[in-house]
Ligand binder design. Structure first.
Ligand code: SF4
Ligand code: SF4
Length: 670
């Protein structure tokens, strides 16, 4: 019986082989020349040090397609996965064939060959279906964040033609040279049966057409959006797998002296990784679809930020001119775009680095300039004197660290109040209720009072890096002076900054959000969980807690709601990890946990004047009210301020009750 295998260069002699190799060499040469052109542009950027764990990023984000799997489950994600894995399979199939042809190891035969034919035939179908799906979606569904220019279709059509011509080559080969084992490639076998009886010349015509198309495709890949398959590998490799989403990269004075400026003026001021990541953009629009600014009609469009800086990389325009200052200042640093981007582009880095330059040039918008001056002069983002930080304590008998230390007494937990928690009316209520609950649960805690200063978060996200560093150094010095080990705070911005950004300044603490602390006290039986009517309460997840610090369970647990949302981002993950315990049921908004929708306060936006028709908070308020709940709970003083204004704007007569989760816990323990 004949051993299953495939003849190489069927019906072709040495000169045809030589011609094929010459065409392939030219096409690979054109490909490499274009890629080198991009590499030269990336090399304008600041050098980066490659880390030994770079393979982790490639495995997780390219081979594992982690980000694609966790976004757009109802439309784009399955389609993209079919195209990616189909394309990858055909690439592997071609590589295996090449190894068999050009190495002494001849393994392309027998059972292996039959399995090879079957698996890669099926993967060809997967690719075909994914491509047709993508074309139909782009042509008819027309998602708002996607463009539909001819260039947007070209790569898809090209790949579709290659897939179909590949099946034709296979079918034609079986037609002119049938074998008993041809059924192992069912699609090729089907095609061979559909074709009329062919002559070897016909087969050669089809084979050469396919070969030339492949060569043309390779040569133009760098011009097509599909180039992202190659560049995303570098982007994933250079991405620091363990980099915290909530930590911005510090600038040193030495870097400022070397560069002669603060922040990024032109694309060459970014790192080489940031520049190469721009080329990995597949223009999928995932970042745009989730951007709270774009959703309310502002000019900020994270996809365009990436594309415009990519354009500026070549034409030498400044980032502010390419992106527009208006767009740069509209970002809330909510990181929704960063979370959504499949190729790991960090739009928040791109934007905050450009803001740093604008702030240093005195080009911060008026109201945020006021906030920066307030932080610099009063050490409070609200511009209140330090003594005001103790006003909320009136009649509360709250222990102060300085008093305890003076009396030789100890405390276990530092309650970090934050600027909002000490001066904003609603946030002061949260602080008081939380302090009362700590006392009720017999927690050994104390506050810094007037010794506490702004963490520097609004200054850093606005772009005043050195003001942030000044605040961080002073706060770390105070925390070290008192030997603080554990910090708890009701503000996700303070939580994020102390937890993720203070270690660079020597501050390493156990930092907990009040929702985490409360849920533990409830679990340990020291406090009661609230009893909520099903669907009466909805929860707004703060970006700086749920997305940036992956904590969506704790606020729910504190409300007695069974929840298993952390780290479980796909619908399948959620289904597999469905929380089944009894408990309260929230009226959940569509966007929640890591996919939450920003209220519009972050990134220093709370201090920037807002067009009343373009408030991200209004969008969020409508979604929360749409759940039918009459109580909106949140776990962030910034979100509370923004939602308060937005609920008054969009639903002034609906009697919606806005609370921090701590108030509901407090009611259950009065
Ligand atoms: S930046 Fe990322 S999410 Fe946005 S369009 Fe490009 S690839 Fe898609
Ligand atoms: S961080 Fe948020 S506001 Fe800024 S560009 Fe990204 S999605 Fe838009």
């Amino acid at each position: 019986m004949e051993v299953p295998t495939r003849a190489e260069f069927l019906f072709q002699g040495p000169w045809q082989k030589a011609l094929f190799y010459a065409i392939l060499a030219v096409s690979l040469g054109i490909f490499a020349w274009q890629v080198w052109g991009r590499v030269r542009l990336w090399r304008q950027g600041k050098p980066i040090s490659w880390r030994p764990d770079y393979l982790g990023g490639v495995v997780k984000f390219v081979l594992g397609q982690r980000k694609v799997r966790t976004s757009r489950p109802k439309s784009g994600a399955p389609m993209h996965l079919m195209i990616f894995y189909g394309f990858l399979a055909l690439f592997i199939a071609t590589t295996l064939l090449g190894i068999n042809t050009y190495s002494p190891w001849k393994f392309h035969k027998g059972t292996y060959y039959l399995a090879y034919e079957f698996v890669f035939d099926i993967m060809g179908v997967v690719l075909f279906v994914g491509l047709v799906w993508a074309l139909l979606r782009r042509r008819f569904a027309k998602p708002k964040a996607l463009t539909s220019a001819p260039a947007d279709f070209s790569a898809l059509y090209m790949l579709l033609i290659l897939t179909v011509s590949g099946f034709l080559v296979e079918g034609a080969r079986m037609n002119v040279n049938p074998k008993s084992f041809d059924t192992s490639a069912p699609v090729g076998y089907l095609v061979s049966g559909v074709l009329p009886q062919l002559l070897p010349a016909h087969y050669l015509g089809i084979w050469w057409t396919h070969a030339v198309l492949v060569a043309v495709f390779i040569a133009i890949i760098p011009r097509l959006r599909i180039r992202h398959i190659a560049y995303a590998i570098f982007s994933a490799a250079g991405h620091q797998v363990d980099r915290k989403m909530g930590a911005l990269k510090p600038i040193t004075m030495q870097e400022v002296e070397e560069a002669g400026q603060i922040g990024v003026k032109e694309p060459k001021d970014y790192s080489r990784w940031h520049l190469l990541s721009l080329d990995a953009c597949m223009e999928c629009g995932r970042c745009t679809e989730v951007c709270p600014a774009w959703l309310v009609g502002k000019v900020l469009n994270p996809k365009e930020v990436v594309q415009n800086i990519r354009g500026a990389m070549k034409n030498g325009t400044t980032v502010a001119a390419a992106v527009t200052e208006e767009a740069l200042w509209q970002c809330t640093t909510c990181n929704a775009c960063v979370e959504a981007c499949p190729v790991l582009i960090n739009q928040v880095d791109l934007i905050t680095d450009a803001r740093r330059y604008l702030v240093a040039e005195g080009r911060a918008p008026g109201t945020s300039g006021t906030m920066l001056r307030q932080v610099a002069s009063t050490e409070s983002a609200w511009g209140t004197p330090s003594g005001d930080r103790e006003k909320w304590m009136a009649g509360q008998d709250v222990p102060l660290v300085r008093d305890l230390v003076a009396n030789g007494e100890k405390f276990e937990v530092l309650l970090w109040v934050g600027c909002a928690g000490s001066v904003d009316r609603g946030a002061m209520k949260t602080t008081r209720d939380f302090a009362a609950l700590l006392k009720k649960a017999n927690v050994s805690f104390a506050c810094l009072g007037k010794e506490e200063k702004c963490t520097g978060d609004p200054a850093r996200r606005t772009g005043d890096e050195f003001l942030f560093q000044q605040m961080a150094e002073q706060n770390v010095a105070t925390l070290e002076q008192y030997g603080v080990k554990t910090v708890v705070t009701a503000c996700p911005h303070c939580f994020n900054t102390i937890k993720n950004e203070y270690s660079v300044f020597g501050g390493d603490y156990e930092v907990l959000h009040h929702s985490q602390f409360l849920s533990t006290l409830i679990k340990d039986g020291k406090l009661n969980a609230p009893s909520l009517e099903d669907g009466a309460v909805t929860l707004h997840d703060p970006c700086y807690l749920a997305r940036i610090n992956n904590e969506a369970d704790a606020p729910r647990h504190a409300l007695g709601v069974p929840s298993n949302l952390n780290d479980h981002r796909t619908p399948v993950d959620r289904w597999l990890n469905e929380a089944t315990e009894d408990g309260n049921r929230l009226a959940e908004p569509q966007r929640r946990a890591q996919k939450t929708l920003c209220c519009g306060a972050g990134g220093g936006r709370m201090w920037i004047e807002e067009d009343i028709n373009q408030r991200p908070g209004d969008n969020r308020a409508r979604e929360l009210i749409g759940t039918g709940a009459k109580t909106v709970a949140t776990a962030c003083p910034f979100c509370r301020i923004m939602l308060d204004a937005s609920l008054n704007n969009v639903a002034p007569d609906q009697g919606i009750n806005l609370v921090d989760i701590v108030e509901l816990v407090k009611q259950a323990n009065d």
